[in-house]
Unconditional design. Structure first.
Length: 109
């Protein structure tokens, strides 16, 4: 079962000394509207491209996956787990929850 990471807990994880990769699986037009700003590593990889771009991801790295509301990212986390990734988390509620609960400066769409 894919692991859910509440946005409140994600803040601390993303601000850690060695933060996880923040993997955005939304479409480029969505990323142009709103994004989560962190100092750690980030990657935009639309959900449909994940299988073909899998080699770009390090299975030993912790990864937090997000989308708009958390449904696409949940599917990507399940896919990554099936591929042998052990430290992958779904950002529960996606960027929508981030905007509502963490950073209201992130536009809602």
């Amino acid at each position: 079962m894919p692991r859910q990471l509440p946005v409140g807990e994600a803040v601390g994880l993303l601000n850690a000394a060695q933060p996880p990769l923040l993997l955005d699986v939304r479409e480029p037009w969505e990323a142009g509207l709103a994004r989560i700003a962190t100092a750690g590593p980030q990657c935009l990889m639309p959900m449909g491209q994940v299988p073909e771009r899998l080699a770009e991801l390090d299975p030993s790295q912790s990864i937090v996956v997000y989308c708009h509301h958390g449904m696409r990212s949940l599917q990507v986390v399940a896919f990554l787990e099936r591929q042998g990734f052990e430290n992958v988390y779904n950002l529960a509620g996606g960027i929508e929850a981030w905007s509502v609960e963490v950073d209201p400066a992130v536009p809602r769409y």
